[in-house]
Ligand binder design. Sequence first.
Ligand code: FES
Length: 86
Amino acid sequence: MNAPHQIVICMGSSCFARGNRSHLALIETFLSDRGLHTSVAITGSHCEQQCAEGPNIRIDGRLYHHLDEGTLLDVLEAHFTRDTKE
Ligand code: FES
């Protein structure tokens, strides 16, 4: 699949335990609700070596830190709203 966007969720034990376990479902719902699910490839990564800054998720190359459900939704909204206007 050659999706124009990529989300990489850190599935290292620290990020997984601190929120990324549930963030996958949140991301999938966000994208599906907006018809974006075919435009974004979602993969997992091993530890990004930035556990103290986690949970970490990389979106189109930019690594976002300290994400919880609220901040993750804010990031997704800002990122994909901005991108869909280009
Ligand atoms: S587990 Fe995510 S940065 Fe280490």
